[in-house]
Design a protein around this ligand. Sequence first.
Ligand SMILES: Cc1cc2nc3c(=O)[nH]c(=O)nc-3n(C[C@H](O)[C@H](O)[C@H](O)COP(=O)(O)O)c2cc1C
Length: 499
Amino acid sequence: MILENIVKRRDMVSCVLCQDPPCTKACKKMDPGKALFRIWFDNQDIAALEIPESNICAKCDAHCEAACISRGRVPIQRIMSTLNKKVTPEAEIDIPEDDDRLKCDLCGIPLENPFLLSSSVVASTYDMCARAFEAGWAGACFKTICSLDIHEASPRFSAIEGDSGSIIGFKNIEQLSDHSVAENMEIFRRLKEKYPTKFILASIMGQNEEEWESLARQCEENGADAIELNFSCPNMQEDGLGSDIGQVPELVERFTAAAKRGTKLPVLAKLTPNVATMSPAAEAAIRGGADGIAAINTIKSIIGVSPYTYVSAPAVKGKSAIGGYSGNAVKPIALRFISEIGQNPKCKGAHISGMGGIETWRDALEFILMGAGSIQITTAVMQYGYRIIDELKDGLNYYLAQMGIKSVKDIVGAGLDSVSDTTDVLERDTILFPKFDEEKCIGCGRCVISCNDGGHQAISFANRRPKLDGSKCVGCHLCVLVCPQDAISPGKKRISRKK
Ligand SMILES: Cc1cc2nc3c(=O)[nH]c(=O)nc-3n(C[C@H](O)[C@H](O)[C@H](O)COP(=O)(O)O)c2cc1C
């Protein structure tokens, strides 16, 4: 059984995940900064297994907490003790010695692991890609190359934050690479020479068939391993480019075919989520000769309308524009599109490179289960840095080892059979009741409030304890979701409504 997290992000919410953490410097026995980073990215088991000896924190004066620079207190000692006492004994396997399970491929070309930087600012110079490769990324989809004269606006980003202050949703109005094609080709040559085993995915955008063909050819000649066609940028200044193409299947087919004329390398069409369904564009790309689909690009959005100026963010000298939304908030939308392509028989055999909101190995796993053979990431890297690659690789590797899965390739698409695009397939005759954990419940009554005002008035409150009335409960599980203490879970008891 896979452990659910005992220690969660919210237990360390004041932790700012610093560079060069003072807590680590202050501790002589272990690396609390790394352990906290691991917990943030869903790797509590690995963090627990790395603590050197049992009960180590109980015997110390918490120099780590004294050194912490966060304005809120991070209960490092308590967190480490909990890892030690509760997680280590439950961990089912040791940290695996090798990570061969992560080896996979993109259209037959080997990848040392499924994780690539996605096309954006995070993969826009030689030095950035080199640092990412050194950190352990399997490759990079380079910032989209074009022959346009790109001038970006300032500011160009805006975000929606969660309670911890971390970014949940991210809006950008950025366009494409502002380096010349020649400069980018030189970068490819240098990268391939220095890092021959890393995967270079060249993202391109042409303005007509000749340009699509020529850019694809140049990328192949200069060391790219595969080409990604940007049919999906929502921020283009000019009409008829980016997501304007991705919304018109005939254009997707025509420009894919043009790029294919220029190269023998595998070609992925990067598609836009700004459509009702992605299949028409995906099928058109396959007809045009695409070897795979990359998705999703960013979602058209408006955020942060100022109550004083009435201008949304980012405001550029009193004006704003609809721009692309990304980050963890878009993951459910991305997964839906990935599963749509994964289930489409006309896309069978096509590689799917999945992205949109991936932060942790669990997020990545969800994309893999929905059919993605490789993973791309931008926003989480913008927020947390290339260093998240250790958490992605270690977490996925640990999961695979724990589940006895020999290769990540074995589970690509493994969750697709359970997905239906309509709800008519669902059984509707039984109710699954929630179960209340008396020990975890602190008597806050949040479940009562939500059930009263957003549910079916099935939970009463007496002596600061919730009580379920089974005759009223419809098994919606709103209470499970709102409980701040994780004291409510899906129970085992079901009743049948069939007469
Ligand atoms: C600042 C920024 C710049 C981007 N630039 C490009 C680009 O040049 N080409 C492209 O295909 N996608 C671009 N994207 C989209 C990302 O590659 C990715 O598809 C999207 O952000 C979803 O993934 P994420 O949630 O991991 O960021 C950009 C995204 C961001 C946030």
